[in-house]
Design a protein around this ligand. Structure first.
Ligand SMILES: Nc1nc2c(ncn2[C@@H]2O[C@H](COP(=O)(O)OP(=O)(O)OP(=O)(O)O)[C@@H](O)[C@H]2O)c(=O)[nH]1
Ligand SMILES: [Mg+2]
Length: 194
């Protein structure tokens, strides 16, 4: 699949702000700063479609992008960012949960894990939640350019073990810098659409 067209449609917090549209949605979730917005830019060949920042907590709203006039990429706020108030954390998790629980257009959840780190409790909770509700999922290990080839094998083992993944489940290492993993992710997403 080639992404030829990508346009920002809207930002939302509450359900009634979501696009009034029944096209399929693919959501990107993961801890703050893991690289969700960068991944969407990379997949769509757009450097500035989504704001990227070295300061965690950049994405505070749910952002909807229409892809190839056919389906949506949905960029969710990151979880697990320490430097916000308890109340703000609650608001964020409510925003994420409302979307994930209620959105029938949602067909696949792409869960991002920083390949240099052990998946956190929040990552494990998210992974189990996805499986519990029977959503299709794809696990993407981000920032793979930061590891040597020998470290990648270790990272893969750690992620698979910590999340207790099925052996046949796909885990794709991605680098936005090197555009590594792009074809694999797009193929996986394409399979969801038909
Ligand atoms: N080296 C490297 N850096 C990356 C890669 N992907 C993302 N980054 C960097 O990681 C930082 C965070 O990226 P974002 O895409 O903003 O992360 P996010 O998950 O959207 O963060 P929030 O919006 O805060 O939840 C930025 O400084 C990116 O440049 C990658 O593949 N390699
Ligand atoms: Mg972001």
């Amino acid at each position: 699949m080639d992404i030829k067209q990508a346009e920002f449609v809207t930002s939302a917090v509450t359900y009634n702000q979501y696009p009034d549209d029944d096209r399929i949605e693919i959501a990107f979730v993961g801890r703050s700063n893991v690289g969700k917005s960068s991944l969407i830019n990379s997949l769509t060949n757009r450097r500035k479609l989504v704001k990227v920042s070295s300061t965690p907590g950049k994405t505070r709203l749910i952002n909807f992008f229409l892809i190839n006039n056919d389906f949506y990429f949905v960029d969710l706020p990151g979880y697990g960012y320490a430097k916000v108030s308890k109340q703000e954390k609650l608001n964020w998790s409510k925003t994420i949960e409302t979307y994930l629980v209620n959105r029938s257009q949602l067909k696949k959840i792409v869960l991002l894990i920083d390949c240099r780190r052990e998946p956190t409790e929040d990552d494990i909770t998210m992974y189990n939640w996805i499986n519990h509700y029977g959503y299709k999922s794809l696990i993407v290990a981000t920032k793979s350019d930061k590891l040597k080839q020998s470290e990648i094998a270790k990272s893969e083992k750690r992620i698979r073990e910590t999340l207790n993944m099925n052996n046949n489940e796909e885990l794709i290492f991605y680098s936005t810098l090197k555009k590594k993993g792009k074809e694999a992710v797009l193929n996986n997403i394409e399979n969801t659409l038909f």
